[in-house]
Design a protein around this ligand. Structure first.
Ligand code: PGA
Length: 230
């Protein structure tokens, strides 16, 4: 890609992994290497139990890391036992992953619930990162960032092809507007991320397994920064 660097979102999704201590160590390993570049957002999404400590560690270190949650309540603050309401999460997170296929499969999350969660997030000033499993997954109003994550590619070591990911991004943009930013997720590694970021319409990546080891994630960041410099 030539010309000015495109905006990128690189998202580390810890899923149900990493203790508080491990998460803090991750922050202190990765944080110092996050560059002060407004066009590249590095977002870490730890477990709910680690969010407060992670935010604190990022603040104390004065790192340019953004913090995200892995889900958000579809309800307002109130009598919803076990839920994390958007106005409360806002104290800890600027971003929220919403509608991950693991939530759709294991927790029966529907497109309607996803839309409610997106509405709650945006109202609270949290940027939703909505996971779509293909161009046919509905993208709710108010979304600016989506992650295309085909189920066959998640945690399998078999990513989609960069060309197909770009095709899906093309379709999503045709449907929802050219301003929609499309990330790719599913078995992204330090070896293959470059090929995805080279695609015209891919604006970053959602990374699960390969984000857990901070050293491995740093190697991914190296590729991201190098490529984005052109
Ligand atoms: P993976 O997960 O990188 O381990 O395939 C990606 C995701 O599910 O967000």
């Amino acid at each position: 890609m030539v010309g000015s660097p495109k905006p990128l979102w690189i998202v580390a999704n810890f899923k149900s992994h990493e203790t508080i201590q491990e998460s803090i160590e991750w922050i202190s390993t990765v944080g110092p290497h996050v560059e002060d570049r407004p066009e590249v957002q590095i977002i870490v999404c730890p477990t709910f139990t680690s969010l407060a400590e992670v935010k604190h560690a990022a603040m104390v270190g004065n790192y340019r890391l953004q913090i995200g949650s892995q889900d958000i309540s579809p309800f307002e603050e109130g009598a919803y036992t076990g839920e994390e309401a958007a106005p409360l999460l806002k104290e800890l997170a600027n971003y929220a992953i919403i509608g991950h296929s693991e939530r759709r499969t294991n927790f029966q999350e529907t497109d309607e619930m996803v839309a409610k969660k997106v509405a709650m997030a945006t109202e609270a000033g949290i940027t939703p990162i909505v996971c779509v499993q293909g161009a046919e997954t509905p993208v709710p109003d108010g979304c600016t960032v989506v992650a295309y994550e085909p189920v066959f590619a998640i945690g399998t070591g078999t990513p989609d092809t960069p060309q197909n990911a770009n095709e899906v991004a093309t379709k999503l943009k045709e449907k929802y507007g050219q301003d929609l930013n499309v990330l790719y997720g599913g078995s992204v590694t330090e070896e293959n991320i470059k090929a995805f970021l080279e695609q015209d319409l891919i604006n970053g990546s959602l990374i699960g397994g390969a984000s857990l080891d901070p050293e491995q994630f740093l190697r991914i960041l190296e590729v991201v920064y190098k490529q984005n410099r052109g």
